[in-house]
Design a protein around this ligand. Sequence first.
Ligand code: NAD
Length: 258
Amino acid sequence: MTTANEEQLKTCARWINESKRGVVFTGAGISTESGIPDFRSPGGLWERFDPSELSFQNFQSNPRSRRTYWEFYRENWRLSKDVKPNRAHLAVASLEKLGKIVAVITQNIDGLHQAAGNTAEKVFELHGNMWEVRCLSCNALYDWEEILSALEEGKHVEDCGYCGGLLKPATVSFGQSLPLQTLKDAQEYCMSCDLLICIGSSLVVYPAAGLPELAKNSGARLVIINRESTPKDRIADLVIRGEVGEVMSEIMNLLDGS
Ligand code: NAD
């Protein structure tokens, strides 16, 4: 249920109308309405998997942790394989089409912004994408569908056929570096935008959680849309508390020309 008031929605719509270089930053909360649970809410994956066991260091050094990791990947895939973009993703895609935003920065690995119609080159995936599996040593790309069917048959994932390295989904694990160029691009967009709208992120995972501050310190307006409070609310120019699908739909209805 949206608790956002009309005045807040109008203010956000006005700022979008006035913006010349808006940027949207999203977290797992934008995809929950599509049926993908976030990690930290009740029922999220952290209730079933121990994040510390899924660290990159464990993945590299411990075969048992690797098996747990692939089980986690399989569970993620089961949750994500049939999902469709929801009204919040579609609103973000419309903002790009209307020329209101120049980039989407996301912590999500589900690919739903591109599926909604955002241009792939304008979507910066800070934590990678679950639809790719690569060798950690030589970066060779593998067919994730083949790997998943092997897992479904109870087989283990083989090492790289080219160099013997470890295969891993192209998503960023705890303890693994973010893709450097993607992070740099995201930081540059945040430093040069005039409006940053954060949608459905708990804003606790760094370095991604540092982006709102970067935008704010560079002179942008900062809007946070989430169903619960975040540690960055105190620096935001506007905090809208509510369900992101509903809030984004209402804001879209208030934009000029809609
Ligand atoms: P998070 O789970 O920490 O936070 C999600 C936030 O969104 C929470 O504050 C929650 O209250 C809020 N929320 C959930 N559904 C909402 C809704 N419908 N309306 C309004 N608010 C809602 O997620 P995060 O901030 O993205 O944390 C980052 C980590 O989560 C990253 O590592 C990311 O890769 C990962 N993640 C991604 C996916 C995905 O790709 N869809 C799914 C789960 C986790």
